[in-house]
Design a protein around this ligand. Sequence first.
Ligand SMILES: [Mn+2]
Length: 405
Amino acid sequence: MLNTLINAMQQAILEVKNCPQKTVQIFHHNDSDGLSSGAILTRAFERQGYEVRRFCLEKPYPAVLKKVFEQEGGLIVFADFAGRIAPLISELNQGRNLTLILDHHVAEASTDARVLNLDPDLFGLKGDRDISASTTCYLYAKTMDPVNCDMAYIAAVGAVGDGFFVDGRLVSQNRDAALEAVKQGKIEIRENKGGELYLLKGPNGDIPVIEFGDYLDILGGVGYYQKGPDMGINVCLEGVSPESDRMVDELKAIRTRIFNEEIARLQAGGLSQAPHIQWFHVEKRLFPMGVKMIGAFCDAIKDTKYIDPQKYIAGFQIIPDEIPGFDAITFNQVKISMRVSSYMEGEIRAGRAMGLNILLPEATNRLGGFSDACHSLTAATTVAIGKEENLIDEMEKILKGESHG
Ligand SMILES: [Mn+2]
């Protein structure tokens, strides 16, 4: 449980200290939990005298991982992803770099002694309830040096951002972090109808943490290719500024314009119909927004009148051959995001319809694609460009109960 996780963290910290490498490469996710995680780790390692090279990824794509693990003797940290693909990372690493995984998604054990998987899921904690990646990173930072206790509020921001509440309240390790931040006067908790309201205390007034999380999600998601994540890290550590406000306003305007254009296309016949799935392709039209936005777009339309509530929704988007901070990289991949209407949500919850966490990864595997985090009501994977219709066909076969081939 928590003790064994902390013990494993202490062990990892010793290994990091014994490692001659004094530059740390931090790879973190681009949502509010991932940005919070990146902010905590950046400051914690800087306080230890490390030079931090930070990379924000929308997903730990295999093509990116291959590049990362071309090196030797590196000190590499993954935050808010990679827990499940520890075996793949182990295979790529081959003992050559000291690699830490501070994720909270469902995890698999590492198979390389130099890949330390500190995902709480491996230690009996629930990553979708007890502990966010930001709280995992906070525990790591605090174990490294108690001075990092002052970042408890950032842990709470990530936990609220990921939306893991029980009866409207943070629980377990997430709650402990929030209560620590309350003690430090950085967060206030108010009783609210149906739970608790978390407020971030600031010099220019209080901001509900949930709103601050949305703010970070816009910087990291909408602003992914326009230095939004850098600003996100900055506001986690230093608070919001007129400059960050301006950036968020501009990004919101971009999102509204692009979404409206896509809705017009759907209404003009841009939606293809398979027996159980309705789908569309936005090609590269969401750029310069990040590829996370295809899922956000599916969310925005899932309960609207141009959507058939009885079918799954799938949107495809070409992944740009670009990762901020990296040399050009060729993906040749398309991302698919899936969502469901409120009606389908009820069917899935009642067990009358197949969850996306089963349907999409199974079909993706058949086509040699890559599945990262899939949940029953939201899921996304990637396949090679050109396999879009095949993927829809495979899902239809699965839904009809046909076997492979
Ligand atoms: Mn997370």
